[in-house]
Each structure stands twice: as C-alpha cells, then as structure tokens.
Design a binder for this molecule. Structure first.
Ligand code: ADP
Length: 458
C-alpha cells in the first residue's frame, strides 16, 4: 500500500493538473496548484479549480505553495528540477510524476507505448484492436485524456492504453505496465535530455519495474531499442521489418509472421509508409503477446485508417495530392514521411527547430523532393542544408506556402506539409498548424474553381 496522500502541490496548470487535482481529492488528499503564468493566460483552468474547491495561485510559484507538501507533482512540460521543486524536495517532499501518482490508483491492465515517433498512431491502433476484441478500453497519456482522468473512469475499463513520453518517464518510480513497448529512440528533445544515452536510459524505465507475467515489446530494427534489457523473467517480444524473430512478429516479404506462422499480410495495413508498417507490427506484437483474439484483431487492423495530422490525405487539386503531416516535429518523422512517397514531393517544412542536423536528410531529400517551400524560424537553416540540391523558396503565412507549393507542382506530384520542426513560432500547436494547412489547401482549391468558372463564362 502507498502512503496516504496529504498535501499535494501540483506545479503547472493545465488539463493534466486539473484531472490530477480531482484524483487527489477523490483519494482523500489536499491538492494545491501553482502556476507561473498570469491568471489571464489560464483563466478557464482557474474557474474549474474554483468550481472544484481546489486552492491555487498564478503568476509565480510562492514558497508558501510548497510548505508542508508531502508530494510535489510537476505537470507535463514542467522540468522536475526547476528551483521551487528542488527546494521542496530538499525540505522532504517526494517529487513524483503524474504518471506515477495516477498509476498507484489504476484499476485496469496497462498497455504502455513509448518511443520518439509513432506513439499516437500505435496507441490509437492498439485501442481500436483491443475494443474490436470486445474489451472495454480507454486511451490515455500524452493525448487528450490525462492518465489521472482515465483511472477515475466509471465503470473502470479492463484496459488502459497509455501513450508515455520520455518526460513522463523521468519521474516514475514504481510504475509497472502489464505490457510495455518501446518503438524507437532517435534524436529529439535532446536539449532537455542532454545526451542520447540519457534519453535511452529514461525510455528503459518503462520496463524497470516489470515482473514475471509482464511483457516487454521491443523494436529489433532500432539500434538503441535493441540494446534495452527488461528484467529477468519478463517475457520479451520483438518485432522487425527486416529479420526473422523467434519470439515476435516480422515481415517476410508481404507476409507478417509470428515465428514461422503467417498471421497477417502487409496489405492488411492501410496506412502509408514503411514506418506505419512498423507501427502496425508493434501493435500486432502487443496483441499477440497479450493473447487477444486474433481474428478480430486482423479484421480491425484492416479497418484502421490512421490518425489526423500524420501523413493525412487532404485532397487532390488538378492531379496534385496534398498531405498533412503537421505532427512531424523532428527530422526522423520527416524522413519517414518522405520515404512513404514514390511520387515527386513538393515539401513545406520549417518552424521552430530543435537543433538537429538537417544535413542528415540530404539523401532522402535528393531521392524524393523536387522543391521546398520553407516557413518559420528555421527556414534559413533548412535553405542552407538543401538549396544546392533542390529549389528552395521562403514563404510567409500558410496560404502563401500552399500557393508557392502549388506553383511548383505538376499533376502526379505530392504536396506534403511535414515541418520537421515544432510549431510554436507560428501556431498554438501542431494540430493548429495542421488545421491551418488544411484550410489553406481548401481555400486554394476554391479560388482555383472560382477562377475557372470566371474564365469559362462567355
Ligand atoms: P508520436 O505520438 O510519437 O509523436 P505519431 O504517431 O503522432 O507519434 O507520429 C508523429 C510523426 O512521426 C508523424 O509525422 C508520423 O508520420 C511520424 N511517424 C510515425 N511513426 C513513425 C515511426 N515508426 N518512425 C518514424 N516516424 C514515424
């Protein structure tokens, strides 16, 4: 049993903090929320906390907020080692992540997925597959539903599919998923994690507390995940697009096999790109390892059409197909997107960079990209990396970028928004950027139609 909660100081005010405050109340603790931003920025959350009767402060973290705290919980995005949290730890408070605290009250079996790219696609797919097998299941974590909210769901689901970020893993201690999968470990968030080794070590924490009866799922094609070792007696399942796996799923030309048994076909996966085949293999390996009903699993796989903002088909304008991959926020996701297309790509990229070396994409750009339209803060860096290979052009707002891209494209080409950068220099988040892109594309199509009508008139 875990100690009674007592005073719990939650640092940062957002949807997760709200759900966590509710959970703390439900479990007999006394939450207090402290937020650095001013009240006007977080007004809706303040109103909700008032309604719940939870005390809070805005505009800075006072010493008072941490006084007598038994637990301090940083919200997602708040580094656990910032000053007020460090002092509180020094004064005896236990610093825990939301994931760790919520896990202590979780009534469901957890299927957890982490990795640099592909978490959302894989967890969405797993949720669909588990539901198709007739089970109750909730998708939670890094997405729309905070884990704290999922553990309070009534009636409790049999399974929670949990998307876990490396940030959340920084502050876990006892967290123990029934099935834990690591998809890939590539350079992203390096500023915060200092080095790839540290990043890999954080990801490995997803397995650290697993015991006999639990299952670890690992991508055998990724040199860093391959190195991860779950504890003894935890069943290890692997998946690969490249080589035969004795205990796991692998792609043998067009057939997906478990060991030597054919269990599905590559054609059952209706998502673009090899990276999505890899995500599907991860999901299927979780389902196979968990002994879920296989017939229902494969049927549901065939129906799955992917997730918004992940190489999402938008429309066709004069034979040019438009795709929205706004969720591409690092160079690896851009590489995966480019590798998904046979047709020449007019690429819209750029935004707030993360310090990665764009030049590592030169081969992929040369193979797939016919022209580039660059937006946002990192446009000059991208131009410098590629302007000797392809035509590059700077654009302002998204309407401008779409018009420039269309001017470069011919029937049969693809226009792809896959920024390889964060969105915060121009947009609220990647979803906002993706919506703005889709609206700009739709407007562009309408303007063309209107012009055609005009010229057709006698
Ligand atoms: P996450 O939740 O980990 O960010 P998503 O499923 O939202 O993952 O995908 C994020 C981006 O990475 C998208 O641009 C997507 O096309 C790309 N992507 C998805 N799966 C992979 C993968 N296995 N390897 C590389 N890139 C991927």
């Amino acid at each position: 049993m875990y100690p009674a909660l007592g005073n719990v100081t939650i640092v940062g005010m957002g949807r997760t903090a709200l759900a966590l405050a509710k959970l703390v109340l439900l479990k007999g603790g006394a939450p207090f929320v402290t937020e650095a931003a001013g009240r006007e920025t977080v007004a809706p959350f303040c109103r909700e906390l008032d309604r719940m009767g939870v005390p809070f402060e805005c505009g800075g973290h006072s010493a008072q907020a941490f006084k007598g705290a038994k637990f301090v919980v940083p919200s997602p995005g708040v580094p656990p080692d910032i000053e007020p949290i460090r002092s509180a730890h020094g004064a005896g408070a236990e610093v825990l992540g939301e994931l760790e605290l919520a896990w202590r009250y979780c009534p469901a079996k957890i299927l957890a997925v982490t990795g640099t790219n592909g978490k959302t696609t894989t967890t969405e797919l797993v949720r669909n597959l588990v539901a198709a097998c007739g089970h109750t299941v909730v998708l939670a974590g890094n997405n729309d539903v905070p884990f704290s909210a999922a553990v309070m769901a009534e009636p409790p689901p049999e399974f929670i599919v949990l998307e876990v970020s490396s940030y959340q893993l920084e502050t876990v201690r006892e967290f123990r998923p029934w099935i834990a999968a690591v998809l890939n470990i590539t350079p992203d968030h390096l500023a915060r994690h200092a080095s790839m080794e540290k990043y890999a070590e954080v990801k490995a924490r997803i397995f650290a507390r697993q015991r006999p009866g639990d299952i670890a799922v690992i991508n055998a094609d990724d040199e860093r995940t391959r190195e991860l070792t779950p504890p003894d007696n935890v069943a290890l399942w692997t998946f690969s697009l490249e080589t035969r796996q004795a205990n796991g799923l692998w792609l043998d030309r067009d057939t997906i096999r478990a060991g030597s048994t054919p269990v599905a076909g590559a054609a059952d996966v209706h998502l673009p790109g090899r990276h999505n085949l890899q995500n599907a293999l991860a999901a299927l390996t979780i389902m196979r390892a968990g002994r879920f009903d296989w017939g229902s699993t494969v049927e549901a796989l065939r129906r799955f059409q992917g997730v918004e903002h992940r190489i999402e088909y938008v429309c066709d304008i004069a034979g040019v197909r438009f795709y929205n991959d706004s969720k591409s926020t690092n160079i690896d996701s851009l590489r995966a997107a480019l590798d998904s297309f046979e047709a020449p790509v007019v690429l819209i990229a750029g935004g707030r960079g993360k310090g990665a070396d764009y030049r590592t994409l030169r081969a992929a750009v040369q193979a797939h990209v016919k022209a580039m339209v660059l937006i946002g803060e990192d446009a000059p860096q991208l131009a410098e990396a590629f302007s000797d290979l392809v035509h590059t052009q700077r654009a302002g707002a998204m309407d401008d970028a779409v018009a420039c891209a269309m001017a470069q494209a011919r029937a049969g080409d693809v226009v792809l928004l896959s920024p390889a950068c964060a969105s915060f220099d121009m947009y609220r988040d990647f979803a906002h950027r993706g919506r703005v892109f889709k609206e700009a594309v739709t407007r562009h199509a309408e303007t063309r139609r209107a012009k055609r009508r005009e010229t057709a008139q006698p």
